[in-house]
Design a protein around this ligand. Structure first.
Ligand code: ADP
Ligand code: ADP
Ligand code: MG
Length: 645
């Protein structure tokens, strides 16, 4: 086995590769850009080498710098992950020429599958069914329009060099063809530097079913299928394995076609053969067609690992070092069912706009595999894919695995940037999806409902207000019950709106929250009890504000809770810190007379300064803290007494 390898990637996939290396006793070298100096993959690796600026072309796409880093650190091989240089045959040639091993297929195999038109021709000759269409060299618009007429509408125009759903246009009728062609070609030229397209029959009720293959350069096996039909604009959202409704006969037909495809190009390592399936008549073994082969580890590979028990990265390393395939086809079996959901920083209601931001809070659910490249405090930057994590669940049946997916999504806590989490939850609860009735149009048909942002109810708003006041943690709150119940008005930002909650402290850990006309009585015990019922909500304060995780995650900014305090924010008696913070200044000394409204002290909490003022006229009896002290919520700061009559 290799002693040391370099991972030419970042984010979750770099971390995932490092995990397996560690388990196998293989040392790891990370590479990183300026934007990633503090990234998780850098912290996890045994060594890390800086390779350039934040733009991919200045770092993760710099093959020369990456190879130099491998040579300098004594790495013996390079794992490319996915994206970046993973399917670049020139990079593979350069790696091999420098005496290193490329953990993946040969440059020739990548070239054979690199362009969709050539790949389709090759597959057709190898006896693999392909989508009917035109994939010739003649790119004259008239000629292509004629080909579309022959194929019959609707058709799909695809960039031959395409990937990630780019350069693709569905055309329903001849009058739309010329415009769609021009825009597909334009997008392809920009994205891939190659404007050539092919024309395909648009498959009705399309399902995307792909087969994981693994080769040793001569022989190949398959590790069954994944269904990736839940897509938005040709991008996968939730994947599963095996495919719902798959029959033994069709699995056998698709598996052997995929193995034929891999063996036809002497494939070595992990690869995926993607098929489009016409499911208008259920799953039929004469209704699947080769679309393309991805000559790398796929984003969604963990669902295959979950049902087969195989660590695909371990297999990649073993085959790259020259070992035979670790298993025969007969050794491989399916156990249970698995789902993967892709959690992204994106604004779903705004049209799935990629988002950026600092992850003020991040906690993963129990009982799910979370593949991630970020931690609390890390930044989703504009430079790279805004993926936060992949959540993977496995269960004995599809129904149980789906329940676990819903639970995992409900238990996911993320704050600081907008995410697609609510959308994923709705999708996981979609009735058609639950029934296994999936196709690539499912999300689009129900988008309005799926993309709706959940709105926090008055109970959630009340909990957020308590969180903003620092009352979410169990600290002694003796100071809150003074002469009269304490009342505070808390203002929270919710998107563009301001939410106002009036909170009264009743006694230890008991509060009354008024949200407009609605009143809730809330007890903070070992969790939260609202109006007598225990609720599974989790309130988290962080430097972006306060979040309530209760099925969905609801996020609020805090509009200075003490500045808007009303009605005796601090009554006579013990003045306590309403939240944890730093004492910035103390303005009074024992024996001093104070009038209502006089400043007593300044507390800095959650990056804001809050002035504590006297609720009534009185005399300072005791000063218990000095400037510079760090105090917890509920700590007594100053004791006031009534003035002697
Ligand atoms: P999968 O089929 O595994 O979902 P995708 O096609 O979505 O894979 O791409 C996987 C990763 O590779 C994504 O992070 C995507 O951003 C990246 N990627 C895809 N195509 C390209 C490309 N042509 N150039 C650079 N990165 C790409
Ligand atoms: P990419 O390289 O961008 O991944 P693919 O050829 O794999 O491109 O196609 C991406 C997606 O487009 C598929 O997953 C499927 O949803 C849809 N698609 C591709 N070909 C067809 C087709 N002939 N008919 C219907 N949908 C298709
Ligand atoms: Mg594809």
């Amino acid at each position: 086995m290799f002693r040391k390898i370099l991972i030419a990637n970042r984010g979750e996939i770099a971390c995932r590769v490092i995990d397996t290396c560690r388990r196998m006793g293989v040392a790891t070298v990370a590479v990183y850009s300026d934007a990633d100096a503090g990234a998780r993959h850098v912290a996890m690796a045994d060594q890390a080498v800086h390779i350039g600026g934040p733009a991919p072309k200045d770092s993760y796409l710099r093959g020369d710098a990456i190879i130099a880093a491998a040579l300098e650190t004594g790495a013996q091989a390079i794992h490319p992950g996915y994206g970046f240089l993973s399917e670049n045959p020139m990079f593979v040639d350069a790696v091999v020429a420098s005496g290193l091993v490329f953990i993946g297929p040969s440059a020739d195999a990548i070239r054979a599958m690199g362009l969709k038109d050539a790949a389709k021709a090759l597959m057709h000759n190898a006896g693999v069914p392909v989508v009917p269409g035109y994939h010739g060299d003649n790119q004259d618009p008239e000629h292509l329009a004629g080909a579309a007429d022959t194929i019959g509408y609707p058709v799909l125009i695809k960039a031959v060099a395409g990937g990630g759903g780019k350069g693709m246009r569905k055309v329903d009728a001849p009058q739309g063809f010329a415009d769609a062609l021009a825009s597909a070609m334009g997008e392809a030229a920009t994205a891939f530097g190659n404007d050539a397209v092919l024309i395909e029959k648009y498959v009705e009720k399309p399902r995307h079913i792909e087969v994981q293959v693994f080769g040793d350069g001569t022989r190949a096996v398959h590790l069954f299928e994944r269904d990736c039909s839940l897509q938005r604009r040709h991008q996968k959202v939730i994947e599963e394995a095996p495919a719902p409704g798959m029959t033994t006969k069709m699995r056998e037909a698709m598996g052997s076609a995929a193995v034929r495809a891999a063996e036809a190009i002497g494939y070595s390592g992990a690869g995926t053969v993607e098929f489009i399936v016409d499911a208008s008549d259920g799953l039929r073994d004469d209704r699947f067609f080769f679309m393309e082969m991805n000559t790398r580890l796929q984003v969604e590979h963990p669902v295959t690992e979950a049902i087969t028990g195989v660590d695909l990265v371990e297999w990649q390393l073993r085959v790259a070092v020259g070992d035979p395939l670790p298993a025969t086809q007969a050794d491989l079996t399916i156990t249970g069912h698995a789902f993967e959901a892709r959690l992204y920083a994106e604004d779903v209601p705004a049209g799935f706009l990629p988002a950026t931001g600092r992850l003020a809070h991040l906690a993963f659910p129990d009982d799910a595999r979370a593949d991630t490249g970020v931690r609390t405090g890390d930044v989703i930057s504009p430079w790279y894919d805004p993926m936060i994590a992949k959540l993977i669940v496995h269960g004995p049946t599809r129904a149980i695995a789906l329940r676990k997916l819903e639970a995992a999504l409900a238990g996911m806590q993320v704050a600081g940037t907008v995410t697609n989490l609510a959308f994923l939850r709705k999708l996981a609860g979609h009735h058609g999806f639950a029934a296994g009735d999936v196709d690539t149009g499912l999300i689009g048909r129900d988008l309005a409902e799926l993309a709706n942002a959940p709105i926090p109810c008055s109970r959630t708003r009340s909990l957020a207000a308590l969180g903003a006041m620092g009352l979410d943690v169990a600290t002694p709150l003796q100071g809150f019950n003074l002469w009269s119940p304490m009342r505070q008005t808390v203002q929270l930002g919710l998107g563009d709106a301001v939410v106002t909650v009036v909170v009264e402290a009743l006694n230890r850990g008991r509060f009354r929250a008024n949200v407009g006309e609605t009143v809730h009585e809330i007890t903070r015990a070992d969790g939260w009890i609202i109006d007598g019922a225990r609720v599974p909500a989790v309130v988290v304060r962080h430097d972006a504000g306060v979040s309530v995780f209760w099925g969905n995650g609801y996020h609020f900014t805090v509009i200075d809770p003490l500045d808007v305090a009303v009605e005796g924010a601090v009554a006579v008696g013990r003045i306590v810190a309403p939240m944890p913070g730093l004492v910035k200044a103390v303005f009074v000394t024992p024996g001093q007379e104070v009038a209502q409204g006089d400043r007593l002290a300044v507390l800095e909490a959650m990056k804001m300064e809050h002035t504590l003022t006297a609720g009534r006229d009185g005399i300072v009896a005791e000063v218990l803290v000095a400037a510079g002290a760090q105090v917890a919520a509920g700590d007594a700061l100053i004791v006031l007494e009534e003035q002697a009559p």
